[in-house]
Design a protein around this ligand. Structure first.
Ligand code: SF4
Length: 346
């Protein structure tokens, strides 16, 4: 099996996500307790490549209210999307005509009716017909389960052009203040002053430097990060140039829901674990995908249906348990799925 390397932003990003799961939240004194909860016991959900149309963050950490998070779990493992969320949040305790119970959507009500059918089929609300009218009732209150949203931008190599582009992105994050905190994660150089501190980044953004190298190779552990600069808390409740306070709260709920449903191991849905060259390699306390054809960690964009080296798993690999359990590709999917479930369960 090829040795994993963290040469790409993609593999760096996966290891940062795993580290966040092990050790959130970073302080100058140290981090969490390696149990998927922060040092004060706050449950955390880690996800990647989420945000708004204009801005997509590399890593997202959702710090959750413990009781609210337990209540959110009762709505299932899937994200509640933007069409369903107003219905789930505003469905009344007693049966009511849906137009009386829900806020004006700002688009035709027939789309709301479709969303109600979808919410009811997922068991999120109750629905019934009363004459010609559709009535709804909540099954349980939707909780306020999100305490804080933290955005992390990953850039393992911080050369001058990368730093200039990043500076604009971080400025945008600080101005919109959709996240409570913004961090830059970069590779540690060992210089007396890390280059990230010499760049023109907004002072509100924190800086984390990572060393994923170990004596045995590459790896992630709870102690992989150093805090070089602590971030400032942003004003998420205040309106910004882009969004009023209500729209900001709506977007934050959607980001949190998508993070909850997706996690960060959803690479099994975007890469090709069914390729015979797809392997996973241990990297300290994490695993990263490795391509046997390329001899390194492949990127997410390389490992798709257009890859010239793609070869489907031979059927004989699957004979044990096939087609119920599948071959190694299905095994990788199952492994990462199980880990995603465990992260939610903690
Ligand atoms: S699809 Fe391509 S990049 Fe992905 S594992 Fe197969 S050969 Fe490697």
């Amino acid at each position: 099996m090829p040795t994993p390397t963290v040469g790409s932003e993609f593999s760096f990003e996966l290891l940062v996500c795993r580290w966040a799961e092990l050790d959130w939240r970073p302080t100058e004194a140290g981090g969490g307790d390696a149990s998927g909860a922060s040092a004060d016991g706050t449950p955390v959900i880690v996800s990647r490549q989420l945000g708004t149309q204009r801005r997509r963050w590399d890593t997202i950490v959702i710090e959750c209210d413990p009781a609210g998070f337990a209540a959110r779990r009762s709505f299932g493992d899937r994200a509640i999307d933007g069409d369903l969320l107003p219905i789930v949040r505003h469905a009344p305790a007693e049966w009511a005509y849906y137009r009386d119970a829900l806020p004006d959507p700002g688009y035709p009500w027939r789309y709301v009716r479709e969303a109600i059918h979808r919410a009811a089929s997922r068991g999120l609300v109750d629905e019934r017909k009363s004459g010609n009218r559709i009535e709804i009732r909540r099954k349980r209150p939707y909780p306020d389960w999100v305490e804080r949203i933290v955005a992390v931008e990953n850039k393992p190599d911080l050369d001058a052009s990368a730093a200039a582009a990043l500076s604009d992105q971080l400025e945008h994050d600080v101005e919109t203040a959709l996240a409570d905190e913004v961090w830059l994660a970069t590779g540690r150089t060992g210089d007396r002053v890390e280059p990230a501190l010499l760049r023109q980044f907004p002072v509100e953004a924190g800086v984390l430097t990572f060393d994923f190298g170990t004596a045995d190779g590459v790896g992630v552990g709870a102690d992989a990060a150093t805090v070089d600069w602590l971030p400032s808390e942003l004003e998420v409740g205040a309106p910004s140039d882009q969004f009023d306070a209500e729209e900001k709260a709506r977007r934050r709920r959607l980001i949190a829901e998508r993070a909850y449903g997706k996690g960060w191991r959803s690479i099994t849905e975007t890469m090709r674990p069914d390729c015979r060259k797809f392997e996973v390699a241990r990297a300290g306390r994490g695993v990263v995908p490795v391509c046997g054809a390329k001899g390194r960690c492949q990127t997410e964009s390389e490992c798709g249906s257009r890859c010239d080296s793609f070869e489907p798993e031979p059927p004989q690999w699957r004979t044990k348990g096939w087609p119920i359990e599948g071959g190694p590709g299905q095994g990788v999917r199952t492994l990462l799925e199980r880990r995603r479930e465990r992260a939610r369960d903690r």
